[in-house]
Ligand binder design. Sequence first.
Ligand code: AMP
Ligand code: MG
Length: 410
Amino acid sequence: MLSVSKSEQIILDLVRPLSEVEPVDLALATGRILATEIVSQLDFPHWDNSAMDGYAVKFADVRSSTPKHPITLEVVAEIPAGCQPQREIQSGEAARIFTGAIVPAGADTIVMQEHTQRVQKNFVKIQIAPTAKSFVRQRGAYARIGDPLLAAGTILNPPEIAILAATGSSQVAVYRRPRVAILSTGDELVMPHEPLKPGQIVDSNQYALAAFVHQAGGIPICMGIIPDDRAKLTAAMSEAIESADLVLSTGGVSVGDYDYVEAILSELGGDIRIRAVAIKPGKPLTVAKFNRDNRTVVYFGLPGNPVSALVSCWRFVRSAMAKLSGLPPAAWQPCWSEALTTQDLTADGQRETYLWGKWELIDGKYYFSLAGGSHSSANLVNLAGTNALAVVPVDTMLVPAGSSVKVLVL
Ligand code: AMP
Ligand code: MG
């Protein structure tokens, strides 16, 4: 049986990042992963412009202004945002200016409107002296032409989308999303709309895993329920391996008479790298590699119990998907944190144990509280609302209430 960290390393070593690139409209690019570096085609800001509504002036004219002895300037122009100034400012003159408008030639400083008083029609009193160059956003202060703005492998969230729009990209080159085949094995499984006969349960894993794949940026290919029939399972697994970048099957990896997955993986030419992991829940995890026409397909035979299947996804599949998708190494790691446990956390000391519950900030400290109810790997009911898993290491049987525990944040 392999340790969790050894298994994680084996899995990451198996995955080859997808390199195919596709164009996507910017409006549909949220969550996608940039495939090329974006270099600035413009200076940001594009022009010296005003950060305030106010007056563009020569600093030398107004440096001695005070409320008692304000300096009066003639207002010779009005420059709204989006307009080209028509006239250079001379000594003794000011231009009315608005936020974002180009600072006119001759002016070097903006006086905010609140520090001025308009007199007659065309004059303004500067009542408080500005500091030199105040409220001028200098051309190129944020980025210059040729500066790198976004690296390949960047996930596109609202800030990156804004940058792409501002650089004039209406389409962007992103990595293709991983295609992930999902199949559920088991004679006892039925679809959610079907009535339950004695002994049957609904195939919840198919839906849970599709949701997981979707959240992880992949395209789920749902292959449905495959009965515990060796020929049918072989056909379905083979089709999955031929059509997907990653395969997730659930069930059929334990030691029961109908657990065929591992044997079929061998028959299909898979290189089985993991047969069991010292993790609870999720021990029977089986991972194999297939080489198909220059592609590497990683097959995860996940345990059937609903909690085991999801914990395996959170602990192992998510990292694999991050690497497969083209994200940089820092994003392959799970999101670890620390918390104070509000209850005793117990484990058998043999396997790294993942306990589900809530991670929350209370009065400036992070706490972990176990989900109420049974912590059976078959109990999907109390998994609702889980946002973290507390980790009890091997050789530890108790993490007492009030002490610090490592948590995997979901
Ligand atoms: P197995 O490893 O196939 O023996 O499955 C272990 C347990 O998980 C059994 O109790 C199954 O009924 C349950 N199980 C297997 N597949 C699913 C599924 N797709 N959805 C919900 N429960 C499942
Ligand atoms: Mg089964």
